[in-house]
Design a protein around this ligand. Structure first.
Ligand code: FAD
Length: 253
């Protein structure tokens, strides 16, 4: 067994300096199973980045806020955001796994990533305090953080939010999941499709589509979304149905 250097910085500056000697360790639920090739760990738990707060603009999660922290903050969150955090994993994992860890490692089957995409979420990075839209970061594939730290996650609160999924059982990870966020009356509608692939996908358009156009676009985006969990035909049909259903629930037909 090779040895591993463990660092536990007390400040963000110390942590950033240590990134040349190791990778960030948050909840460790993913990292500790994949230590091969890693020479050092920079434990983030003493940095005080676990706050969750509601602001005029929306919600801010510190990078090390746990998934269970989100669940317990439910009374201040859109109901389906807290539900997505609960669906992400069981209680034990939720108590350790962090929001940033989930963003770095989460795939298309992540309910939380799907909902965060529909919320117009930005990630705050250190060093530099740069804020980058979540969809841009997810598009970077395995290299999502590029040697930086996610210090905070800023989610814009929509007027309304809905998330629905189809899974093998009510608490299982989705085969197909759809999140719809509606802001500025009906002027800003964001729809994210999850349940497959490397990360959830954001639907895009020039003019807000009606329910039929949105369902057609979802069907076309899911045309090649077949894998071991479901055929592309199943996902396209189920995804279009969920989009139609959620837009109807939100009076956006
Ligand atoms: C038994 C078990 C069951 C699981 N079930 C599920 C499941 O159902 N669904 C699911 O999605 N996942 C599941 N996972 C995987 C895991 O729980 C998630 O990927 C988790 O969200 C990772 O978060 P973490 O805080 O534990 O990250 P860590 O394991 O600490 O880190 C993961 C990656 O993120 C990087 N990282 C962490 N924080 C930051 C930061 N602030 N800035 C930059 N980089 C950072 C780390 O360097 C590492 O590369 C499971 C894991 C286990 C062990």
């Amino acid at each position: 067994m090779t040895s591993l250097d463990y660092h536990r910085p007390k400040t963000l500056d110390e942590a950033l300096a240590l990134l040349t000697k190791g990778v960030p360790l948050a909840g460790g639920t993913r990292l500790t199973a994949r230590l091969r090739g890693i020479v050092g760990l920079v434990d983030l738990q003493d940095l005080g980045l676990n706050r969750i707060e509601t602001t005029d603009m929306g919600i801010v999660f510190g990078g090390t806020a746990t998934l269970q922290g989100l669940v317990e903050y439910a009374s201040h969150l859109p109901e389906d955001l807290a539900r997505a955090a609960r669906l992400e994993a069981g209680w034990n994992i939720r108590n350790m796994a962090t929001v940033a860890g989930t963003i770095v490692t989460g795939d298309g089957r992540s309910p939380l990533l799907t909902v965060l995409l529909a919320l117009n979420t930005e990630l705050q990075f250190a060093p530099g305090d740069e804020r980058v839209p979540l969809d841009e970061v997810l598009g970077r594939g395995d290299d999502r953080t590029r040697g930086k730290l996610i210090t905070a996650v800023h989610a814009v609160l929509p007027d309304r939010l809905r998330y629905a999924q189809v899974a093998r059982s009510p608490a299982d990870r989705p085969i197909i999941g759809v999140a719809v966020g509606v802001a500025q009356e009906r002027a800003a509608v964001r729809i994210a499709l999850g349940g497959y692939g490397a990360h959830p996908q954001l639907m895009s358009w020039d003019e807000t589509p009606d329910a039929q156009e949105a369902a057609d676009q979802a069907r076309s985006m899911l045309a090649d979304a077949g894998d071991q969990w479901a055929s592309s035909e199943y996902r396209a049909a189920a995804g279009a149905t969920l989009v139609t259903r959620l837009l109807k629930e939100l009076d956006l037909e």
